[in-house]
Design a protein around this ligand. Sequence first.
Ligand code: PGA
Ligand code: ZN
Length: 429
Amino acid sequence: TIARVQGREILDSRGNPTVEVDVELSSGHTGRMMVPSGASTGRFEAWELRDGDMNRYRGKGVSKAVAHVNSELAEAIVGQNAFDQELIDRMMISLDGTSNKSRLGANAILGISFAVARAAANAEEKPLYRYLANRYLTGGASLNIPLPMVNIISGGLHAGKKLDVQDFLAVPVGADTYPRALEMLSSVYWKTQEIINERGYVGWLLADEGGFGPSLQSNEEALELLVSAIERAGLRPGEDMAIALDIASSHFYDPGKDTYELQSEGRTLHAGDMIDVLERWCGLYPIVSIEDGLAEDDWNGWRELTLRLGGKLQLVGDDLFTTNPDRIRKGIDGKAANSVLVKMNQIGTLTETVEAVNLAKSAGFSTVISARSGETEDATLADLAVGLAGGQIKIGSLARSSRLSKYNQLLRIGEQLGGAYIGRAALRR
Ligand code: PGA
Ligand code: ZN
């Protein structure tokens, strides 16, 4: 049984406050969770409760959320069985009483939800990924390390908005082991820096997720630069190392005019033209996956995008779905997207995260288990991706410990799994 719940305000990778929760069981076993935080958030995400008191941490304090952990939520949870994850999550959801967890805060609820799971895993003396797999994967599913998609160049809200596209990522499709994938990715990362500096841009400063954030001339220059870096690393673009994009287009979509404002191209586009642009890029560069190619509420556009490009490309919904089973169901029924980005704090509990993953899989959608741009040294994400057989993982770049804590945890888990690695099979198209 849960004996104690302790929340506290800590700082994340951007230096902003976030919630940390410790759960202690009567057996003495403990579990900790540090809650991540997004910057390019979707409109339909569960509510991250911040104080708004401009005298503390620029209004970003989380002392109210922490107070909810330590009072109302702790009172409800203490005495419960830590193995009753569903019951505990449902209790917190109904105690909150809102549809988006805005009263008690999704950051407060998520912290408890995952700290409970961690404590329960420790009580069983199992690694978290194993505990999750035993609980949530149907018999016999084999565990393996997911295929990473790794941020190399950042734009959008993570890097001063010079480039419209938020993430230019590398996908090591040719690697047959996870350690080899990391080695290839690292080589592309450093070759990218070399080329950025050679061309007179700034390669010394890093964006929120550890990628480079140079003021390139256009989105296509970033694509071309990434291909050059792959070649300079001695790899074959497409065969060894492919490209994924997170367009994060909700953030340059104008709902009033129903247009996409591509600033670095100086163009205003309707959904159909936007799809033309994406199709053109896919013809010129070895792109295997596009996330949020259209905006979070542009369901008609998404249907057209999926009809036109879904046969050959992974089309990932992030802001579109916000890990929300209701929205994922709408995408499945309406044939919008063919892949779900899974961010635990977009929905706010482990139980609902599992529901989102299972729903996606049941429809044949792939899943990408994802970090946020604001992270911590917590490596729970790595265990989650393996334990739910997520297939793919998106953590950010190969720099900064908020990112490496997860990549390194995957190395350890991989060792325990005898090197089992899903590789390019995760893309399934
Ligand atoms: P966020 O960005 O964590 O700032 O929302 C990540 C993403 O858009 O995938
Ligand atoms: Zn995204």
